[in-house]
Each structure stands twice: as structure tokens, then as C-alpha cells.
Design a protein around this ligand. Structure first.
Ligand SMILES: CSC[C@H]1O[C@H](OP(=O)(O)O)[C@H](O)[C@@H]1O
Length: 389
């Protein structure tokens, strides 16, 4: 059974409540853009691509379940207002803002069309929002293909292990995943020895979500704490043939600096120290040429209690009691907390950016040129024009 973070059909949107995973698989209904905003803010749904898709579809179901004006410009104005509201839910991942920008263009074009009316504008929006979900899965399968090929080629063939951070799988996207998509493709190719995943404190996307996906897919995998990464590379890197650390992204700046889950930057440092490749896996909807460098990326800070308390089903010493969710304190009362949700890895520590059309590598100047990848998005330039293939 395929893991579905998002279930959509015209008029109906359900999200898998990721605060309940891995022990409870509960779907929450999303009826409106307000529901969508709160689901994203609460992190009941999360992951850069999934955030964009849930936001877009939350407005689609709101339109589908309401009587829209018959005036094209009124419906267009309503949609633009709601998109501006939705992008305020979480600031770091660019996918949501990118989706809103593209959807605004669709709406403005539909509103200008000859004999257009409210229903036509609403339908054009809903069709475009639904297409984003379909495109994301195919993007991720491309990322998986090119990422797996690149890693296998760099490792000289045979089976390799990789380390990943946070959750970048079917629970962070419309399906298959980005960095976890690379792991899925390596496994499908028979090229994966083992996947190592970090627990990814404090939200524990790794221990709760990535581990859940890897167990679900029966992929050989080992969970480590975030603090074990360097020791893993030093003590088990050669024997486990750890060829790369592969992570997702929330925003890739024009120069390749990448914002991703907190803890990513230190993984890039230890990868460099241990001679292990460090790869960012991201669809081009995550590349933001308007943000020139990592210094320009807004880093979301989350509430301190998300670090100082931990939630989970009650354990009676023998088994889990799923009917009882307990919240326990794991920090001294009164301590100040700094809880940034992301950090920025400088391009100099990144060996390649895996996109759905190929792996972008640095040029002879030691810098990334992401415009080729983005132009291909519009002009269909074949992947072979991008390094690494
Ligand atoms: C393909 S998901 C990309 C990215 O999103 C995650 O952040 P969050 O769980 O806070 O939404 C994480 O940074 C992933 O790498």
C-alpha cells in the first residue's frame, strides 16, 4: 500500500496528520484555505513540496464547495487574497510562494480570457492546483533516478549506503520523495546496502516519519541520533560503504546555498571532513533564483516547547497504549531555548544538487549555475547539458 500524505479529489482534501505518526494513521479533513493554513502552521502536514500542494488544494476545495461569483474579476480577487494569506503559514520553504506565484498567473490569465466568468476562473485554478500534485510525483521519480545514477557512478558501482536527514519522502511530498526518493531508487536498482537516517530533533521527522517510510517499504535502514553522524562516518563509513549524505531542501538560493532542516549544515561539514559526497535533492520548484544567497533566506523559528516537551503514546512497560497520548518535559524548567527549524548550508559544502532533470554540479569556477536547470524547466533543455550525467 502506497503511503499517501495527501488525498485529494474534487471537493475533498484529506491530510495524514503527521503529529500522530508513526503510531497512529489519522486523516484530517481540510475544507478551506483557513484549514490549510492551520494544518501547515501546526505541522500536521509538512515538507516543502507538500506544504505548497496542501495550501493550493485547500483553496481548491473551498472554491469547489462554495457558490462562487459569476464575475471573473471577483473570483480572481478572492483567489489572490487567499493565496496571499496561505503563503504566511511558513516562511522558509519557497515551494509555497512559488506555487502561489504560478497559480496567480493562471488566475489572471483566466480572468482576462474572452467571455470568461467566475466559474471558468475557479476551474482554471482548481485544475492547475491538481496538476501540481501530479507533477510533484513525476519530479520526485526523476530526482530518484538521477540521484541514484550519480551516486552509483561516483562510488564505482556495487552497493552503497547513504545517510539522510529529516523526512523527504512520501510524507513530505505528493509521493516517492526527494532525498528519500533517491534512496528508494537505489533500493529498486539493487544498489542500496543500507540507509541511515537521523532522528532529526526536535520534531523527530527522522525517527517518526523517515523510519516509518523505510520500514513500510522494507528498505534496510538504521536510525541514529543527530549527534552520532560524525562517529558513523568515521567508524562505519568504509565498512558500510557510506558514499553520500543526501538531504532535501526548503529553498535553494541562486548561488546554491541551501536552507534545509536544522542539523543539515553540520552534516555537510562532517561529510567534507570524511570525504563523503554531500548532495541536495530538490525539485526545481525549490530553487529560488530571486534569492541570491543563503544570507537572504528567512529562517523560521518554532516555539520553544516543541523542543522542551515530547509527545507520544503511553508505554506501560510492555506495550504502547495508543488511547493515551502523553506529553512529558525533557528540559529544565526556565531554561531559554533557541529553536530554528532550518539552517543554511553554503554551496561550497555541496557536491551536487539533484533535480528532476539531472544533477547540477559546480562549474570550473567552483560555483553552481542554476539558470541552466531553470531554463530547462521552460525550454526543455535535455538533462545532458547539466553536469553529472
Ligand atoms: C522534501 S521536504 C523538504 C524539507 O522540508 C522539511 O522541513 P519541515 O519538516 O519543517 O517541513 C525538511 O527540511 C525537508 O528536508
Amino acid at each position: 500500500m502506497v503511503l499517501e500524505a495527501i488525498r485529494y479529489s474534487p471537493g475533498s482534501l484529506e491530510i495524514l496528520n503527521q503529529l500522530k505518526l508513526p503510531h497512529q494513521e489519522e486523516y484530517d479533513q481540510v475544507h478551506s484555505s483557513t484549514d490549510g493554513w492551520h494544518a501547515i502552521k501546526d505541522m500536521r502536514t509538512r515538507g516543502a513540496p507538500a506544504i505548497a500542494i496542501v495550501a493550493a488544494l485547500s483553496l481548491a476545495v473551498e472554491l469547489q464547495n462554495s457558490k462562487v461569483s459569476d464575475k471573473a474579476d471577483e473570483v480572481a480577487a478572492f483567489i489572490l487574497e487567499k493565496l496571499n494569506y496561505l503563503v504566511t503559514s511558513r516562511p522558509t520553504a519557497v515551494n509555497l510562494a512559488d506555487a502561489a506565484r504560478k497559480l496567480k498567473k493562471v488566475v489572471e490569465s483566466a480572468a482576462k480570457a474572452k467571455d470568461s466568468d467566475g466559474a471558468a476562473v475557479s476551474q482554471a485554478y482548481c485544475d492547475a492546483a491538481a496538476q501540481m500534485m501530479i507533477s510533484d510525483v513525476s519530479d520526485n521519480q526523476g530526482i530518484g533516478k538521477y540521484g541514484a545514477e550519480w551516486i552509483s557512478k561516483q562510488a564505482g558501482g556495487g552497493q552503497v549506503s547513504v545517510l539522510t536527514h529529516c523526512n523527504t519522502g512520501s510524507l513530505a511530498t505528493a509521493g516517492y520523495g526527494t532525498a528519500l526518493g533517491v534512496i528508494r531508487s537505489l533500493h529498486a536498482n539493487g544498489s542500496l546496502k543500507r540507509a541511515f537516517c537521523t532522528e532529526t530533533r526536535p520534531y523527530n521527522q527522522g525517527s517518526r516519519l523517515t523510519a516509518f517510510e523505510l520500514v513500510h517499504d522494507k528498505i534496510p535502514a538504521t536510525l541514529i541520533t543527530d549527534s552520532m553522524a560524525s562517529a558513523l562516518l568515521r567508524l562505519k563509513g568504509p565498512s558500510e560503504r557510506i558514499a553520500a549524505i543526501v538531504v532535501g531542501a526548503d529553498r535553494v538560493a541562486a548561488n546554491g546555498d541551501t536552507a534545509n532542516k536544522i542539523g543539515t549544515y553540520q552534516l555537510a561539514i562532517t561529510a567534507k571532513h570524511h570525504g563523503v559526497k554531500f548532495l541536495v535533492a530538490a525539485p526545481r520548484t525549490t530553487i529560488d533564483l530571486q534569492t541570491l544567497s543563503g544570507a537572504d533566506i528567512t529562517i523560521e523559528e518554532r516555539p520553544g516547547q516543541e523542543m522542551t516537551f515530547i509527545k507520544g503514546p503511553r508505554f506501560d512497560g510492555v506495550d504502547l497504549d495508543l488511547s493515551q497520548t502523553e506529553t512529558v518535559s525533557i528540559a529544565a524548567k526556565g531554561i531559554d531555548v533557541w529553536n530554528p527549524a532550518f539552517d543554511v548550508t553554503p554551496a561550497e559544502l555541496i557536491d551536487g544538487i539533484i533535480t528532476e532533470i539531472g544533477v547540477v554540479e559546480k562549474g570550473e569556477d567552483g560555483k553552481f549555475d542554476l539558470t541552466i536547470a531553470m531554463e530547462a524547466h521552460h525550454e526543455g533543455i535535455k538533462p545532458s547539458t547539466i553536469g553529472g550525467l
